[in-house]
Write a protein that binds this ligand. Structure first.
Ligand SMILES: Cc1ncc(COP(=O)(O)O)c(C=O)c1O
Length: 359
């Protein structure tokens, strides 16, 4: 997209070639936000109180210090302090992983459709990207296809478990088969929605030196604005990751927020329980309307609006309910974030109105 008539500097060819990625980022505050898989209620009050109590003016003048957070998070996640690095959200985890292991023209494998930032950082790096499609129709994890695509040259495999936007997951047996088939590649299991699925590969990091696991405080913890997460792996790998990472990428407020968030585990389990109940309610509501959907292991559900995906998204927006159109990658698909039962009843009522308008 270089403007030939301008005298602006040309970027690296890899950046020129990149597909644009512009998620909607404005005007969401006063609406029912069922479009980004966030916690629809917000974070625990423990977080805001902890920040207010612990933030002293002096602290903002000082570059962030991570000692207390690393100690507390290591205990919480049951790992050693040198088995993870704090990251500026999962996005930085992906970026650091790519920067550490992927050179220009290296082979990487991603799945399709999946979280857009995998492709984004691999494209920035100038990698050769091999895409494996989720199974047509069912959108289940394409294990055989992925195993068949692993080459001696594969450097990185990026997997969201459960996957955004399909909601489908891969079990630990499947993950083990991938790890064993690709001992020469870094394998990321992105567990952004772990709390809703209960499936985690974190316990395998010592045994499998090619395994990386990421977690985030952006989803169930309700702290997307803070930009904080963790990237776990064997200690030797983490040392390399840290070498390639900015020493101050996570800010002091985010560090305080993460420390507080893990103190209120009751808030998280209550919210997960509410979402799982609300997800059942959404399934029933969609079935009543005759709308097909994919059963999800996350706090979001993909449903099929046929020709009407854009119309449905826009009509819901007019009612102040935001959902995400995904029809550009799966024909007819719209993704709705699951919040509380009350919020989902509101969504279903408005969806019914839109759906029955024409049909
Ligand atoms: C699979 C997956 N990973 C990571 C993220 C983003 O996480 P973070 O806010 O921690 O960068 C998302 C957000 O939608 C996601 O769907």
């Amino acid at each position: 997209m270089a403007n030939k008539s301008s005298n602006a500097l040309r970027p690296r060819p890899a950046v020129e070639r990149m597909a644009p990625y512009h998620p909607p980022t404005g005007g969401r505050m006063d609406r029912l936000r069922l479009d980004f898989n966030e916690n629809t209620l917000g974070c625990s009050e423990t977080v805001t109180q902890f920040i207010a109590e612990h933030l002293i003016e002096n602290q903002l003048a000082v570059y962030p210090e991570y000692g207390a957070a690393v100690e507390e998070l290591a205990q919480f996640f049951k790992v050693e302090q040198n088995e993870f690095t704090l990251t500026n959200g999962t996005d930085e985890a992906i970026q650091v992983l790519v920067n550490t292991y992927v050179d220009d023209d290296d082979d990487v494998i991603i799945l399709q459709p999946s979280y857009a930032m995998y492709r984004f950082y691999c494209e920035v790096a100038g990698a050769q990207i091999h895409e494996i499609a989720y199974r047509a129709g069912t959108l289940q994890f394409p294990l055989q296809e992925l195993l068949g695509a692993i080459r001696p040259s594969t450097r990185l495999i990026l997997i969201s478990n459960p996957n955004n936007p399909t909601g489908s997951g891969i079990d630990l047996d499947g993950i083990l088969r991938i790890l064993k088939k690709a001992p020469h590649a870094a394998v990321l299991i992105d567990e952004a929605y772990y709390e809703f699925s209960g499936v985690t590969a974190l316990g395998l990091i010592r045994e499998y030196p090619n395994l990386f696991v990421s977690r985030t405080f952006s989803k169930v913890y309700g702290m997307a604005a803070m930009r904080v997460g963790c990237l776990f792996s064997k200690a030797e790998n983490v040392a390399w990751l840290k070498k390639a990472q900015s020493p101050y990428s996570v800010n002091t407020l985010a560090v305080l927020a993460a420390r507080a968030a893990i103190r209120d585990t009751a808030y998280i389990s209550e919210y997960v329980g509410e979402v799982l109940a609300a997800r059942e309610l959404v399934y029933v509501g969609l079935e009543k309307l005759g709308i097909n959907y994919i059963k999800s292991q996350g706090n979001f559900v993909l449903f099929d609006c046929g020709e009407r995906s854009i119309e449905v998204r826009d009509a819901l927006k007019a009612k102040n309910i935001l959902v995400r159109d995904r029809s550009y990658e799966i024909p007819g698909a719209v993704r709705v974030t699951i919040g509380t039962r009350e919020q989902m009843r509101k969504f279903l009522t408005e969806l019914e109105g839109v759906w029955k308008r024409k049909a």
